[in-house]
Structure formats: C-alpha cells, structure tokens
Design a protein around this ligand. Structure first.
Ligand code: K1U
Ligand code: ZN
Length: 172
C-alpha cells in the first residue's frame, strides 16, 4: 500500500482554485500521486478524492464506490463532463475536506465523462445514481467548487461556521 497524504480542509484557498490539466511528461508524477490518493481515499474512508484535496492543483481524480471486499478503483486524468441527463436526483453528500458536514444536493441523475487513463488512452464512462454524484462532486473539486455551494447561503454559512468551530476546538 502506498503512503497516505494529508487532506486539506476548508477554508484552504487551494480548494477554491482551478486545477491545471495534466500534460505530456506528467506521467510518472501522476502515477505516483494517484497511488497515494487511492491509499488516502481508502484510509479516510471515502468513495472519491480529487488532487486539490491533497494540495496538488492537477486535474486528477480517483473514485471507488464499490464494496470494501472488492476494490474497483478508477483513476481519471483530465476528466470532463460531456453529457448529463435532464432527470435530476437529490442525494446526501459529504466531503473529506468538510469533515462531519452533510447536505442534500440536487444534480443530474446520469452523466457521461471523458477522461484519460494512466496510460494516456482516451476513455469515456457513464454513471448514474451514486457514481454520477461522485463524478460530478470530484470534477467540481477541480474547478474549486464544493458541494455546500449548491445549498442555500443560510445553510452553507451555518454549516461552514459549525465546521470552523469544530476544527478550532480540535486544534486547541
Ligand atoms: O471528494 C470527496 O470529498 C470525497 C467524498 C465523495 C462523495 C461523497 C458523497 C457523494 C458524492 C461524493 C466522500 O467520499 S465523503 C465520504 C463518503 O461518502 C463515504 C465514506 C465511507 C463509506 C461510504 C461513503
Ligand atoms: Zn469533496
């Protein structure tokens, strides 16, 4: 198992920045980083992780929504949302960068995502339900968007204030 990385919490400004595309020549760095991201995601535990959450402003995401007994990791390099259903679904989301904060988010029920695999090959995948929410949540991270941005300002501010208080108490 690879080493794990510290996860950044809100209000880190890195979580609000736009990540840069992975380019030619980044292969070794991205392979090593994705292994550490998967180890970090499994240890958290979580079902997804985007590179900015571990301080790397790169368009790189890892996902595994499967059961613990049958790991099915997916590494998405430069993922792009290319299609989405009109049908919407509401699901409760959490975020490893917002510990113990949960909220109901409405998003397209189905999406199609184009990305590159670690070997540079071009791929497409479709997801619905939890996979769709996870793909959208992780791609949002690459654009500096957090799930709380979809909540009302009142609810978002209440949750962010609660988190700030909890993190301050933990640090004392
Ligand atoms: O990106 C992240 O912060 C990870 C996040 C992904 C996510 C969760 C829910 C909906 C959409 C995207 C998480 O993994 S939060 C933790 C979580 O959902 C979970 C943890 C353990 C078991 C099952 C789920
Ligand atoms: Zn998140």
């Amino acid at each position: 198992m690879s080493e794990t990385l510290p996860i950044l919490y809100v209000p880190s400004p890195i979580l609000r920045a736009k990540a840069k595309p992975v380019g030619p020549g980044d292969e070794d760095r991205v392979r090593a980083l994705s292994a550490k991201m998967l180890a970090t995601m499994y240890a958290a535990p979580g079902i997804g992780l985007a590179a900015p959450q571990v301080g790397e402003l790169l368009r790189l995401v890892v996902i595994d929504i499967g059961p613990k007994e049958a790991p099915a990791p997916i590494v998405l390099v430069n993922p792009e949302l290319v299609a989405q259903s009109r049908e919407l679904a509401v699901r409760e989301e959490g975020c490893l960068s917002l510990p113990n904060i949960f909220g109901d988010v409405q998003r397209p029920h189905q999406v199609k995502v184009r990305y590159q695999a670690l070997d540079g090959s071009r791929r497409e995948m479709e997801g619905e339900g939890l996979m769709s929410a996870c793909l959208q949540h992780e791609i949002d991270h690459l654009n500096g968007v957090l799930f709380v941005d979809y909540l009302s300002a009142l609810r978002r501010n209440m949750l962010l204030r609660r988190l700030a208080k909890e993190l301050k108490m933990k640090a004392e």
